[in-house]
Design a protein around this ligand. Sequence first.
Ligand SMILES: Cc1cc2nc3c(=O)[nH]c(=O)nc-3n(C[C@H](O)[C@H](O)[C@H](O)COP(=O)(O)O)c2cc1C
Ligand SMILES: [Fe+2]
Ligand SMILES: [Fe+2]
Length: 399
Amino acid sequence: MKISGAVRYVGVNDHEKTIFEGLWPLPFGVSYNSYLVVGDKVALVDTVESEFGDEFIRNIRDEIGDRKVDYLIVNHMEPDHSSSMKLVRSNFPDIRIVTNAKAVPMIAGYYGITDNIMTVRDGESLDLGGCTLTFHMTPMVHWPETMMTWFNEEGTLFSGDAFGTFGAVDGDIRDSSGARLSGWLDSPEDTFSEFRNEMTRYYSNIVGKYGVPVQNAMKKLSGLPVRRICSTHGPVWETRIQEVVSLYDRLSRYEGERGVCIVYASMYGNTAEAARALEAELIRRGVPYAIHDAARENLSYAYRDAFRFDTLAVGSPTYNNEIFPPVASFMNGIVSRGLKNRKFAAFGSYTWMGGSVRQLNEKAQNLGFELLSDGLAFAQGYAPGKCDMSSLADAVLKD
Ligand SMILES: Cc1cc2nc3c(=O)[nH]c(=O)nc-3n(C[C@H](O)[C@H](O)[C@H](O)COP(=O)(O)O)c2cc1C
Ligand SMILES: [Fe+2]
Ligand SMILES: [Fe+2]
């Protein structure tokens, strides 16, 4: 697929994988994007998941016929992008791998490849004849060896996983030509909002811990006149550059938009009832929100919305003197992602001594969250009047 004068898309859609990185559901599949830059010499930027190797090589041949690929640029070593490296070398035996020093032992370790590797440093360039590629180190976005490749003449940033989304892409890969999230959608004309959701879910679960390195990378690259972002997952951004860059900026500063992410779990429905009562209050008051059952859903969706909204309301019954395990697991993920700048409120049912609400508050305080209330711990059943969610909603909504 032609992207521009010198750039070709040779990536693949994966509709088979249901769980990415062994953890994250893929309701719309995922794409592994790879690109050719065709100058006097030809460079391939990243590869694809090895199961799709044959299709990948076919895509390359369709674009360049019998020409050889001179360079393989390795921006990132995670196997979803590097595992076709051996296949690429067997098809193009003279190919020179271009990467940075941190990737070299990873290439040897994963694939036993130690020869014909050219190591580049931050700011160095490779001349393909008519096309100049400059390499920018962006460590910990989201592995230590990650770098981005800048194609000077066409203002194109090969950004690796940054600005990527879950979801296979139907039709043209470029957002400017109607890239579509794969799958049955209620409003395919609004596919960008789905991509934005999947970008936020990708970011919060995979990159979320690395807000500072992402900020550093964005500062470093901020002077580049970017006309196109070619990420390794999801659409090529041409129309929405501003939106995806500002989304990344906001997420990596841990800044939430106004709204509430309710996360709860419940054994006998009492904490669930309180969660639904809070939800009803938010609906009544027209506040944006999301609600997630931590025991029934994959937590990636709850993390997505915890990163999206500025307020977290967490409900847990007391369980053997502690927070109910699914909610504890959710909170552990919040701690390990280093989420910041949130307003927080806890609630939950107990029968004899309780403890879950106090422990949730402690965790939130350790994270520097602002407690909006003491929380609402109630003995046995939730009942309006006996314990009123509207008071918690008042606290949640105070500005
Ligand atoms: C296995 C188990 C352990 C529990 N441990 C405690 C506890 O340590 N302290 C307490 O006050 N209540 C404890 N409870 C009681 C629950 O907190 C109580 O039933 C609560 O109403 C459950 O809320 P839910 O309906 O949202 O699940 C326990 C209940 C179960 C089933
Ligand atoms: Fe990755
Ligand atoms: Fe990736």
